[in-house]
Write a protein that binds this ligand. Sequence first.
Ligand SMILES: Nc1ncnc2c1ncn2[C@@H]1O[C@H](COP(=O)(O)OP(=O)(O)OP(=O)(O)O)[C@@H](O)[C@H]1O
Length: 310
Amino acid sequence: MIEVQSLKKSFKKKVAVENMNFYLEDGESVGLLGPNGAGKSTAISMISTLMPPTQGSITYNGKDALTKPDELRKDLGVVPQEIALYEELSAYENMKFFGKVYGLSGKLLEDRIQEILKLVGLTERQKEAVETYSGGMKRRINLAVALMHKPKTLVMDEPTVGIDPQSRNYILDMVRNLNREEGLTVLYTSHYMEEVEKLCDRVYIMDEGRVIASGTKEELKSILSNEETVTIQVEEAKEAFADLLSSQQSITQVMKNDQGYSLITSRGEQLLEEIFDYAKQTQVKILSIHVQTPTLEDVFLHLTGRKLRD
Ligand SMILES: Nc1ncnc2c1ncn2[C@@H]1O[C@H](COP(=O)(O)OP(=O)(O)OP(=O)(O)O)[C@@H](O)[C@H]1O
């Protein structure tokens, strides 16, 4: 387990990370979610012992990882935000180079290269120079390199920025499988709410250098348990129907739109029967009804008043 307490990083006057408390248990998949500049890269650089903190402590399996980082480093595979590959070399040559850096050689090295190439779906293109690859393929090789030494924990810094949706899904599915099937521990940073929702069990929401909320996805969403949205599409809107909806105590807001109504409520699905009843009473024909539970994006908006992305 990696444990971090009161972590801080200042660059001259700029405080990039402040008072961060964090843990990562074996086998977990944890996300750092926050907008650009929130401090995610700085935080994971410190947690990976690649950057010394200004203050705070980091332990790995109970031992101080700042003074003795070797054990933690050996168990980590780090995928940086920037592509860190030799562009003129092929995927195979890059992997061979990095495999050797990690101390692999001979048949073990060859087998590992082919195993990982298969995993990232680039067996066919392995002899071609990286510079001829698409952005998504480069990202996959960047990830492959970090997996060469069979790390216990994979740390990824926004590994899907600027790539096509197909490669993005490939990477997400692959990492999710490695976590669920192989027990790989995952620390993932992103400003894409959907990615963190899909991949991570537990989430730290960061903003302006601070963790502003943390917990399982369900715990975070329960912050907004009173804010489910119900969208009702009707054939013809009627004031009497809206009045009945507004009179319902658990509905905090009724908004009219082109197609019908949106309601903010604490009861979501449990309310459906009553909504149909009101429609019947006022002879309103409901064409569709949709209950939307909060997303992590909604949680961020609620906590900061801003969206994750502009
Ligand atoms: N070496 C540095 N010197 C000065 N300021 C820095 C340095 N590295 C990061 N910062 C600042 O610290 C803050 C946090 O940056 P960081 O890169 O950790 O954020 P991030 O959440 O990872 O965002 P991004 O996705 O844009 O990388 C930013 O305001 C950034 O400008």
